[in-house]
Design a protein around this ligand. Sequence first.
Ligand SMILES: [Zn+2]
Length: 303
Amino acid sequence: MNIHVLDTRQLGHRGIVAATALETNAGLALFDTGPESTFDNVVVDLAQIGFNPTDVRHVFLSHIHFDHAGAAWRFAELGAMIYVHPRGAPHLIDPAKLVESAKRIFGNDMERLWGRIAPVAAERVRVLEDGDVVELAPFSIRAIATPGHASHHHVYHWNDCVFGGDVAGVRIGNGPPIPPFVPPELHVESWRESIAKIRALKPKQLYLPHFGRVEDDIDAHLDVMDEKVAHWSEWFREKIREGVSEQQLVPAFAEYEHVDLRKGGASEEDIAGYEAADPSYMAVPAALRYWKKFHPDATGASA
Ligand SMILES: [Zn+2]
């Protein structure tokens, strides 16, 4: 099986954001595209493995955040079909709301980080429900609804491979897997159920958008993920109970996460990579919203 981890080299950094290509008899399938700003880099990577951008006939999106789906419209313009969760599809076809909410997080940094944002033509979007299969001989590629990081998240399963999206973790350099907590859809219980779903597939190969193939034991990787989703969310719950402010939580969580990363084997350079792939400050509004919305009693917020 010919599978290629393409490095988008976002903002010049290697090993942070991947687009993963699978050779099929029905053309190249791409799992996530990277942001639009790195489209040209992906074109260079494709040339290195002997393909043109027009050879990409199928794009499977784990979810629609810009680092995963930002270049989907470019491939759609070249004739690719874009597969996405039902709740993601409307935002590909009309990205206005998505842009609006992203601007709240990234402000004027949008263009530099993600490049140009444009709609995908509706006829190039195909919605995949949980369990739907796309036959791309010799592979049957199954979408599996896996909320937690985002409510509209799919992983994709074929043979003994899983493309894990962000719900399967971020893992940079020699560091451990960590759960990217981002607003506004973090949901801890769903995330843990999604990890159990991936585990039940018994994959022999797991590919991550951040970054690449998991080289060691996949069960152990999933154990660490499950533990961190639980521990990180509990850490936030305790801090909210203690009345720590959102402003104070940003440096406090960065410190907590970095200690955790070092313990897991990450170098200082790796830690910078984690911050590039998944900035720790984003976990703060994500976790605050999660606890207040779903468990207001647990934090004493309603007392
Ligand atoms: Zn991501």
